[in-house]
Design a protein around this ligand. Structure first.
Ligand SMILES: NC(=O)c1ccc[n+]([C@@H]2O[C@H](COP(=O)([O-])OP(=O)(O)OC[C@H]3O[C@@H](n4cnc5c(N)ncnc54)[C@H](O)[C@@H]3O)[C@@H](O)[C@H]2O)c1
Length: 266
């Protein structure tokens, strides 16, 4: 995607903002005269990263529903508005073989419920701004789950389903909700497996490539779209296949009642 640029003076919130994708996106936004507020876990390293980038930092654990609301309130109070929120905070599971249900639930808390809480918190502020954008960092693993990390696959698939479910109902309010689905990218999240990729000659994305797609999803994303990002391909909207329709007793294709009908958002 070649993206139109956001309006200078816009305000964006990035959760997981001091991580690999967050930093790359923050640099691009700052260069475009957008205020990028970095929300991340409260520690010295994360505060120092934000300071180095010249971006405001807000402490946030995305699993804390009330804290998501407080952060959005703080952004509006300090910067006057919210135009875009990047729900990007995420973790991967570490147990490669056994099913560790505690870890599974924690990954869901961060990677899925963090997205739901972040959306709940952002929507009123985006409405007050006259519209805006929510960009969810899902993953290719949400479309093609990895056997090594079931919690991650479930959380990211859930995040994509959430985006596709929310997008149609917000179109009328000028609020676009999209997902990006990067393949493996060179950030701290692949620290434990980077060498394996290198040894196999397997290409990984740079954080900058992913940040370009995040920016494009904000400024020109189709509501409900899930953009796959792969090395050598750029960002392309994933084509969902749909499901077989029910048949009536006459063998005709049944039509879902109007109020329940899915829209064509993606
Ligand atoms: N790097 C990849 O290969 C890859 C591929 C697809 C999707 N993703 C997704 O991209 C997003 C960004 O990851 P990244 O690659 O930049 O990795 P990263 O580890 O550099 O960044 C993740 C950030 O999320 C923050 N975070 C973790 N738990 C949090 C919590 N409870 N509350 C607030 N912040 C929290 C971390 O502090 C960190 O800054 C994640 O959602 C990740 O799942 C990454």
């Amino acid at each position: 995607m070649t993206a139109p640029t956001p309006r200078p003076g816009s305000v964006a919130l990035i959760t997981g903002g001091t991580g690999g994708f967050g930093r790359a996106l923050a640099k691009k936004l700052t260069a475009l005269d957008v205020t990028a507020v970095l929300a991340d876990l409260d520690n010295e390293r994360n505060r120092a990263v934000a300071e180095e980038l010249g971006c405001p930092f807000v402490a946030l654990d995305v699993t804390d529903r009330a804290a998501n609301q407080a952060v959005v309130d703080q952004v509006e109070a300090e910067h006057g508005r919210l135009d875009a929120t990047f729900l990007n905070a995420g973790i991967a599971g570490k147990s490669r073989q056994s099913l560790d249900v505690d870890e599974f639930l924690h990954v869901l808390d961060v990677d899925l419920l963090g997205v739901v809480y972040g959306t709940e918190a952002a929507l009123p502020a985006l409405r007050r701004a006259g519209g805006g954008s929510i960009v969810v960092t899902a993953s290719l693993a949400g479309l093609a789950p990895m056997a090594t990390d079931p919690g991650y696959g479930v959380a990211k698939a859930g995040a994509i389903a959430f985006v596709r479910s929310m997008a149609p109902r917000l179109i009328g309010e000028n609020i676009e909700v999209t997902a990006i689905c990067p393949g493996f990218a060179d950030t701290a999240i692949i620290d434990g497996i980077r060498e394996t990729f290198q040894q196999a000659g397997f290409p990984v994305l740079s954080a900058e490539e992913v940040a370009d797609a995040m920016l494009a999803a904000w400024t020109s994303g189709e509501p409900g779209a899930a953009y796959v990002i792969q090395p050598g391909l750029g960002a392309i909207p994933y084509k969902f296949k749909g499901v077989p329709s029910a048949k009536t007793s006459n063998g005709e294709t049944a039509t879902v009642p109007g109020a329940l009908r899915p829209t064509s958002a993606s």
